[in-house]
Design a binder for this molecule. Structure first.
Ligand code: C2O
Ligand code: CU
Length: 452
């Protein structure tokens, strides 16, 4: 449960000020010349969903499906989303990874939650190409677990050409014996976060994906699970990593697996395969320090390779230029401590800088931020910064394998990550938190202002 700390803050921040910030952001959201306003309506509602064939589950989702509709647009377009809440409780929608004005970020820091029966309009220009997603940012261990999430794809005019562009939204749910989603648990679940035993791709249990032989596809993978780390593999075959949270990386990177902590995205170039092959899309065993561990690969989907089809895919050697934010030695200007303790409310209580719902120092527009995110706990945490991309400078003291733009990064148990980011001119209330939903709910989050 996103608790009352947020609300107190939202209430104490000047209501007129936030209304004015919203109105200004709304008016400033204009499409680039030659671009359009992509208007969509999404309704958060309750409905019956078949996660498992033959079993209906009461789900919460957008427009009667899990995931909600995949929103697609081009850089320079304006996305205008009219959200209507048909749920029995309030909700807000967060646009994960998008560099949009604070007033449109969809958190309780910047808006009043949208009550049952109410409507709210989000409107913003899309500044970056990439694989993003949207999800409820209210009572997430219930609302996101029941299905309130969807993919958001932004394309640039000059993207590399593939034979297909496929989005795979991964999730897992824990169903009770009547096929209903279990309510949030305590103790082990508050420590580990929930890893459901029913694994889903695009809202279906272990589906079959058909692919033509000889073709190369672009897969956009989103990990929408509450707590599960996915070590993604396609039958152990080599593929190329071409993008991360903030779009394309500078050059393709060969790999046979890619780690996606909760909320993370990866884009990979997959194939070509031979006709008649069957490949298992799996998560490989990965130890994140949780009580429950995985010793065997677990299936997410199966790829069936059909008859050959001609390929027009061309993967260039260079995908785009990424300027490093930092060259040479730097002194970090903030340490973010991820810690934990024991408490009565959640069992295990995760915190930031020894505080639940920490109030962090503001940052100033135009001042480079170099942060050491230090994990003082025995479990991994996916650290997520709202609204801004960062570059990873060091992972446990070593330079990362490649330069990229990120909004979510894994901080391993007792490890640390050094990140750099530049607050551009989008003042307002922002936050950073662990994206394991149970940890976030327990208070492993901080909010701060970007000020001019
Ligand atoms: Cu995707 Cu504050 O989260
Ligand atoms: Cu965590």
């Amino acid at each position: 449960m996103t608790d009352h700390h947020h609300q107190t803050d939202a209430a104490s921040s000047n209501k007129e000020e936030s209304a004015a910030a919203y109105a200004a952001a709304y008016a400033a959201a204009q499409p680039d010349p030659g671009h359009r306003v992509v208007a969509v309506e999404i309704e958060a509602c309750e409905f019956d969903w078949e996660f498992v064939p033959g079993v209906t589950t009461r789900a919460w989702g957008f427009n009667g499906s899990v995931p909600g509709p995949t929103l697609e647009a081009t850089v320079g377009d304006v996305l205008e989303i009219r959200l209507t809440n048909r749920l029995p409780e309030p909700t807000v929608v967060h646009w994960h990874g998008l560099r949009i004005p604070a007033a449109m970020d969809g958190t309780e820091m910047v808006q009043r939650p949208v009550g049952p029966g109410e409507t709210f309009i989000y409107r913003f220009r899309l500044p970056d190409a990439g694989t993003f997603w949207y999800h409820s940012h209210f009572n997430e261990t219930v609302q996101m677990e029941r299905g309130l999430y969807g993919a958001l794809i932004v394309r640039a005019p000059d993207e590399p050409v593939f034979d297909a562009d496929r989005t795979l939204v991964l999730d897992d749910v824990e169903l009770d014996k009547n096929g209903q989603i279990k309510p949030p648990g305590w103790w082990i679940e508050s420590h580990d976060g929930r890893e459901g035993s029913t694994r889903l791709v695009n809202g279906r249990q272990e589906p079959e994906i058909r692919m033509a032989a000889g073709q190369v596809e672009r897969w956009r993978i989103v990990n929408a699970a509450s707590a599960r780390y996915v070590l993604f593999s396609v039958g152990g075959r080599p593929f190329k990593i071409i993008g991360t949270d903030g779009g394309l990386i500078s050059a393709p990177v060969a790999a046979t697996r890619v780690l996606l902590p909760p909320a993370d995205r990866a884009e990979i170039a997959v194939g070509p395969f031979a006709a008649g092959e069957t490949l298992r899309i799996e998560t490989l065993p990965f130890n994140r320090g949780s009580f429950k561990s995985h010793r065997k690969p677990e299936l997410f989907a199966t790829v069936q390779v059909g008859a050959a089809a001609p390929s027009r895919a061309r993967l260039p050697d260079r995908l785009r230029e990424i300027e490093p934010l930092v060259t040479g030695p730097v002194t970090p200007n903030r340490e973010v401590r991820l810690g934990f303790g024991l408490g009565l409310k959640h069992g295990v209580e995760f915190n930031i800088d020894h505080e639940q719902h920490h109030h962090a120092e503001p940052v100033r527009v135009g001042e480079l931020q170099v942060w050491d995110v230090v994990n003082r706990s025995p479990v991994h945490h996916p650290f997520h910064l709202h609204g801004f991309f960062f570059q990873v400078l060091e992972l446990n003291g070593k330079a990362p394998e490649f330069l990229s733009w990120e909004d979510t990064v894994n901080v391993s148990a007792f490890g640390s990550v050094r990140i750099a980011w530049m607050p551009d001119d989008r003042p307002g209330g922002w936050m950073y938190h662990c994206h394991i939903l149970e940890h976030h709910a327990a208070g492993m989050m901080a909010h701060f202002d970007v000020v001019r």
